[in-house]
Structure formats: C-alpha cells, structure tokens
Design a binder for this molecule. Sequence first.
Ligand code: UD1
Length: 426
Amino acid sequence: MEKLVITGGNRLEGTIDISGAKNAALPLMCAPLLTDEPMTLTNLPRLADISTLCDLLNHLGATVTIAGSSGGAVTGRSMTFDASNIADTVAPYDIVRKMRASIIVLGPLVAREGQATVSLPGGCAIGNRPIDLHLKALEALGADIELEDGYVRASAPNGLVGGTVRFPFVSVGATENILMAAALAKGTSTIENAAREPEIADLANCLIAMGAKISGAGTETITVEGVDRLHGCTYAVMPDRIEAGSYAVAALMTRGNLLLKNARLPDMQVPMDVLSEAGAIVSEEDGGVRVESNGHVQGFNIVTQPFPAFPTDMQAQFMALAAVADGASVITEAIFENRFMHVPELCRLGADITVTGASATVRGVSSLRGAQVMATDLRASMSLALAGLVADGDTVINRLYHLDRGYERLEDKLRGVGAQIERIND
Ligand code: UD1
C-alpha cells in the first residue's frame, strides 16, 4: 500500500506549474463522442480519473492515442480521440462505479447515436449525489428515460429536439451533459439556471471550435442552436483552479511565497479574497498568480456555493488553514451533505473542530502534531497533506488513490518548492 510521509515545518518557496483541470478535462474528453472526426486535447493532466475515462471511451469503441508531452512538463500531454465508429452505447457498472463523472457520456451518446445505457453511479463518499437533473434535462429535449437493473436507458431514435431546460438548482455535470446533447439537437435549446463554473465556458468554447452554436456559457442562461454535425478540433484544457487554490493555501500555511504558474486569478477570485483576508498577499504575475504570506494567519468564515462563490472543492483545504489560524472560523458546506469527513482526520492531527449540521466551527490551534491519517476523498486528502506540511513531526497519509485521482505529481511539485514529502510503499 502506498502512503505519503510528510515531515512538517518547511517554508515553501518557488514556482509550481499548475496542470490542466481535471474537472474541465473529463467533460472535454466526452466531446469527441459528438463527432466522427478525430479531435485532439492538449494540456491534459496525468491522473487516474483521466485513465478511467479513456477506458470508458475505449469500451464505447473510440480510440485514444497519447501524443506525449507537448511543449514540456508545464503543458501536460495531448491525446487524440477518434470516435468515428461508436461500437457500443453501454457504459458498464465496472467503469462507472470508479468515477461518477462517467455519467457525462450520456448526453453526447444519445445526441449522436439516438440511445445510451449508463450504469447508475453508486453512492459517493460526499453524499448521495443523484442524477435526476441530468435525466430531466434530457427528457426536456425529447429523450425517453427508463431505469432498469441499475442502469439508465435513454433513447431518442429520431434525434433530440431543442427545448427549454430550467434547473431547480445549479448542477455542473447536468449543465455539461445537456450542453453537449443540445449541440446536436434539432432546433434551439435554452438552459436556464445553468452552472457558471469556468469549466462550463471551457467546454462551450471547445464545442464552438467543433462548429456548435452556443451563446451565454459562463452566465446563468445558455442558448444552443443545434447543428446537424460537429467536426474535430484541437483544444487546450484550462488550468486547474482547484489545484492552484490548494497550493495557494500551502503558501500561506507555511508562511511561504509561491508563484502558481498558469493559474488564472479570475477563476478563483473569491477563494483568493478569503485567503487575502486570512493573511496572504495575492497578485497576478508573470503568467500566473503569486501568493505570499504576510506572516500571520487570521480566522475567516466561508459558505460554499456555486461559482462565482466559494467552491466546495476548496472547503477541506481551507479548513486545514483555519485549523492553524488565529481565532475561530466558521465553514459552512451548502453544496454537498456529508462533506466533512476530513474533520475527524484533521482532529487526529490536533485540530479543534466542532460540526453542527452543515457548519464547522474551527478554533485555531498554535500547532498540529503529525499522526497516521486516512484520506476519505479527493479534496479531503489534500487538506490532510496541507495540515501535514505544518504539523510537528511526520504525518502519514493512507489511501492515496483518492489523491492520485486529482493531483498530478503532488509530491514532486511540493518537493520542488521545499517540502519534505515522500511516497513510500508499505
Ligand atoms: C462537479 C465537480 C465536483 C464539484 C461539484 C460542485 C466534476 C467532474 N466534478 O460535480 O468536483 O464538487 O461539481 O462544484 O466536474 N445534484 C442533484 N441531482 C443531479 C445532479 C446534482 O441533486 O442530477 C446535486 C448534488 O448532489 C449536489 C449538487 O447538486 O448536492 C451539485 O452537484 P453537481 O454540480 O452536479 O456536481 P457534479 O457535477 O457531480
């Protein structure tokens, strides 16, 4: 079993190259299902979730060719996807259970092939995470939906038809699914209360480069005029705002100074405002974002909400920061139920945290102590790594597969700026 051993206490200083965004890459990798022409994505991060989606695309009959690094370590790798022949429209349980985001193949497959069968994603560590919004949106474009034997079967033998989809609340994945489906539907679709996350605009820009007619992506109303066919293109995945935000927290926690190369400040303005309030000096610089400590860490309050508000995917990392801040912080999780599983693990390191319903009160302590901890989900793993960077002694993080789903070369990147961190095989 692989483990990370972090010896806390080092100040981080230097430059970290931010990788392509996992959450942008996954929907972008489903876009090739909409065209019979090959298409190339560049700046893809090397992550377990990307490999899982490649497995699913292969299963559906698409070929994936890895083109190696393009332009050095900074830009990640390129892959060419060829879905000219879709051999199967079933996304099986064995692949979907590994990664919920597999559900995003549903919209493109129904739009292109008139049918798709996707295993229902299982329960998830951070809450129930149903897919009802994805299904209702597809129904609004004329798909018939049936649930049988743990699978969703969607069919539209005569093609999808444009319609109005009004989401009762914001869903990133459902917006992505319906955006791709609407691109090939007959007529115009309007998506109301759409997610505004930067990854949505990234997907829309790629679809537009493929010939789709989309306006309003990045706002709450997206209009899609369906086209008969889409063509291939080459598209670069946006930088990962969550990875960048995580290292920004590391800079402040270790009283350090990091340049997050490629990061885009507007994509993470609200969390960086909170970081500034807590004691960071954040500035745009030299193709990236610089985060420097002013020497203190002050408590703060956050409530997670859809973009542009504070992202749920940075809640756990900011809780590690709050754990060593001066004074108390209140952190409210308003997107997912049960996304506080890092709390008992942070407490094992000496944090003082009380959870009441959807809010956690974190009373900052003067120091944390290294211990054995268990990563419970992707962002929770990062919060434990951050705590380990400032804890006295060694912190040993077990269950690394969560981290490997979403942080590319974490230990190399942290070691490169002065952290003492090692992956061991126990
Ligand atoms: C995406 C991100 C994830 C992030 C989340 C919220 C990817 C691959 N994952 O997940 O990292 O934490 O956005 O920013 O991009 N919901 C329903 N019914 C549905 C769909 C969602 O009730 O059909 C609920 C969810 O349970 C959750 C909320 O809506 O409470 C938001 O979820 P959603 O935005 O859909 O998250 P994902 O797209 O799964």
